[in-house]
Ligand binder design. Structure first.
Ligand code: DGJ
Length: 733
């Protein structure tokens, strides 16, 4: 299997199919990072730890220990004793000082991978994964730290997490606990990150790594619209197919930091973990703290390979939902159709028309509960508004089911409106600082999920509704970020635990939900795509990608999201035009092609759109049925990117057995006086012959991949102008 220990050399070697990760233990017990990269065919050695380089040789000369600490490539650096780069662990002892030095005690290798207590984490069988636990300790603090590495050989993925145990008698405070670190020599790295805003989530951003620290982070209580818990360091000129990529992604949905630091000696420290802002965890005698998991992957063949490694890994080792590879219902959601202005009749009218067109599920969005006709009230009062849902929820669900459709419902369980019975009864259940009026956002406050009673209440509200009617789908929304970080439940010394305890409370609720309702299709959402992260994928196989449903905006958002996450995880709908966010008009067909790269659904009033568009829906539904399985299982290749100043966008999904490939081409802006464009396909069998469906054209795989396929311009005589798109389906003969 993948992990070996060479006792003589004191080296742990972790091999995956194409990568090797080497950890060396020095004579004194420092745990050093030797190498991560392309697989070594032989055993590695430890010269890269440079322990013999002046001015300090640990076992010989104590005089310049600081010079050593500030240079040594640590697997898990600690703060306060002389490594002045970013630390991963800061512990405050009972005497009030911060200082921690970890020395190696033991290493254990076992088959399989234990679950992480209270946290989402990847999983695998004993045949698929092997785990190395490096146990180290700080004798002064009587602190035990377990660094865990799980090696998924087939996937070229290593996951890392850390457990901290207080084995002594002091009351310790953890002021920073990161989950992973990579100390490497700089290779003129560039940093690839995903940044954005509401309606502009996860744009790909690439910058050279400068001297000092650069990071992406969130201290907003969620992974956020703005920055994403992902970081890749790439060698210069890395493309989809060439160049080295070191990537980290966090399986966590709260505050995070992902940082690259270039130091005085040209070394890079790449680190990821829970953000230390607003964080301080009490670790009393006998207690332990589990830090969330980081997924680490390396590609020597560019960003495209990294992407496919993440996709396969998440599909097979993180997403647990029974819907993972199952056909997902094509839904119609009433949000952009009606906003808050709906009742049972309107919903049933939409459902009837939708059913005729082949749509399979109606989702009732925000506004069905309390007295909610606008966003300024009723969150927390999860009772059906019978003025709108006139004969009750069960009746509505039954009628929708009688039409032959499934029913889905929206919740925002983590929130409370100041104008709600819940807030009037329990004002102390909202996160707030005593004596300070909490900052309002979308006219709502956040419930204090560190408090078990609140978690219980919020969970039962959702579960009671689901118990009351046969509901197949839940959209779990979260429409504001956390501020005024104060809890009436936690004592004054524990306020620094609130942000993490909030996330644990959220995970607890979702775990209960998917356990009590194992067949429920859960879609997470946060004001669009602010909580699209690997942590949430553990509970829900799909996440609403963005409130921006414009097909052209979505190209960029979905390109960034698909850099890490499988296509079938991206909530994507066809909405009405002019688009509600940007006012753009795009062809109905293009909207369908772009949504096909995600979960595929509708978000419009089907009773009001033009006959021409309505008549196109059955064809689109058929298209979705035809390709959904390929999109869920296939290999994704980014062939061209509109964001790289091309006037077009293009991606391909190739079947793993290379029997078919679907290419989506979007002509974003029409260009005058140009010839056809060459697109180089990927993932085909070189010697096989492929026929372009619907034509007599046939090419060898080699031709399509090396010589390329010619995309006409305009795409066809009837597809002139901006925002036109086409699908090309190649089938092996
Ligand atoms: C934000 C979501 O992203 C929307 O789709 C919609 O559900 C609204 N919230 C409802 O308030």
């Amino acid at each position: 299997m993948g992990i070996k220990y060479n006792e003589k050399k004191k080296i742990f070697q972790m091999n995956t199919q194409h990568t090797t990760y080497l950890i060396g233990i020095t004579k004194e017990g420092y745990i050093g990072h030797i190498y991560y990269g392309k697989r070594l065919q032989k055993e590695g050695s430890s010269y890269l730890l440079r322990t013999e380089e002046a001015p300090y040789t640990p076992s010989v000369n104590e005089r310049e220990k600081m010079a050593f600490l500030d240079f040594f490539p640590f697997e898990y650096p600690t703060g306060g004793i002389g490594d002045f780069r970013e630390s991963c662990l800061d512990v405050r002892g009972e005497n009030g000082s911060i200082g921690c030095e970890l020395l190696f005690c033991n290493g254990y290798i076992e088959k399989g991978k234990p679950a992480l207590i209270e946290l989402p984490a990847s999983f695998g069988t004993e045949e698929e994964v092997e785990t190395l636990d490096l146990v180290c300790e700080d004798k002064v603090l009587e602190l035990k730290v377990v660094l865990s590495y799980s090696v998924f050989e087939e996937c070229d993925v290593i996951t890392r997490s850390v457990r901290i145990e207080n084995t002594g008698t002091q009351a310790l405070k953890l002021e920073k606990v990161y989950s992973a670190c990579l100390d490497m020599d700089n290779k003129d790295f560039e940093m690839v990150a995903l940044t954005g805003s509401w309606a502009r989530e996860r744009y790909i951003r690439r910058n050279p790594v400068q001297y000092g620290k650069q990071m992406v982070s969130s201290a907003r209580g969620e992974s956020s619209h703005q920055e994403h818990p992902f970081l890749a360091l790439v060698t210069p000129n890395t493309t989809q197919e060439t160049g080295e990529v070191y990537a980290m992604n966090f399986v966590y949905s709260g505050n995070f930091i992902a940082q690259a630091e270039l130091n005085q000696f040209g070394q890079i420290r790449m680190a990821m973990g829970i953000h230390s802002d607003y964080f301080c965890w009490n670790l009393k005698a006998g207690e332990s703290f589990q830090a969330p998991e980081v997924v680490l992957t390396y590609s020597a063949e560019g960003l495209g390979k990294m992407t496919r490694q993440f996709h396969d890994f998440y599909r097979n080792h993180l997403i647990r939902s029974p819907y993972q590879y199952k056909k997902r219902p094509i839904l119609i959601n009433n949000w952009e159709a009606t906003y808050f202005d709906f009742n049972s009749d309107k919903l049933l009218a939409i459902a009837k028309e939708a059913k005729k067109a082949g749509i399979e599920m109606l989702v009732m969005d925000d506004g069905w509960f309390g007295k909610r006709n606008f966003d300024d009230n009723s969150l927390g009062d999860w009772t059906v508004n019978e003025e709108k849902i006139t004969s009750g929820l069960l009746d509505l669900v039954t009628k929708v089911k009688e039409l032959g459709m499934e029913f889905g419902i929206w919740f925002e369980p983590e929130m409370v409106s100041p104008d709600s019975d819940l807030y009037r009864k329990h004002p102390d259940w909202a996160i707030q600082i005593p004596g300070r009026r909490p900052t309002m956002c979308r006219m709502q406050y956040v419930l204090d999920l560190s408090k078990p009673e609140v978690v219980e209440y919020a969970y039962q509200c959702v579960a009671d509704i689901l118990r009351s009617a046969p509901i197949s789908y839940v959209k779990w929304d979260m429409n504001r970020q956390l501020s005024d970080i104060g809890s009436s439940y936690l004592g004054k010394d524990s306020q620094g635990e609130l942000m993490h305890r909030y996330v644990l409370g959220l995970y607890q609720m979702q775990e209960r939900l998917v356990t009590e309702f194992p067949n429920l299709l859960l879609e997470n959402c946060s004001g669009g795509g602010a909580r699209f992260d690997a942590g949430m994928l553990y509970y829900s196989p799909q996440i609403w990608c963005s409130d921006d449903t414009d097909a052209i905006e979505r190209l960029r958002i979905q390109e960034g999201t698909a850099l890490i996450y499988p296509l079938a995880t991206m909530g994507a709908h066809i909405s009405d035009c002019p688009n509600h966010i940007v006012g753009r008009n795009t062809p109905f067909e293009t909207r369908g092609h772009v949504a096909l790269a995600g979960t595929f659904g509708y978000e419009l009033d089907i009773t009001k759109i033009s006959d021409k568009e309505r008549q196109m829906i059955p064809e689109q539904v058929e298209m979705c049925h035809k390709y959904q399985s390929l999109m869920q299982r296939g290999d994704y290749y980014r062939l061209a990117s509109w964001t790289e100043k091309k006037p077009y966008d293009c991606w391909e999904v190739a079947a793993k057995d290379k029997t078919e490939a679907l290419v989506t081409f979007v002509q974003v802006l029409a260009e005058p006086n140009i010839h056809s464009r060459v697109i180089y396909l990927r993932g085909l069998e070189e010697d096989a012959e492929y026929q372009l469906e619907g034509t007599e054209e046939s090419y060898t795989g080699e031709e399509l991949m090396r010589c390329g396929y010619l995309i006409p311009s305009p795409l066809s005589p009837d597809k002139r102008g901006d925002f036109q798109s086409c699908l090309y389906h190649f089938l092996k003969k």
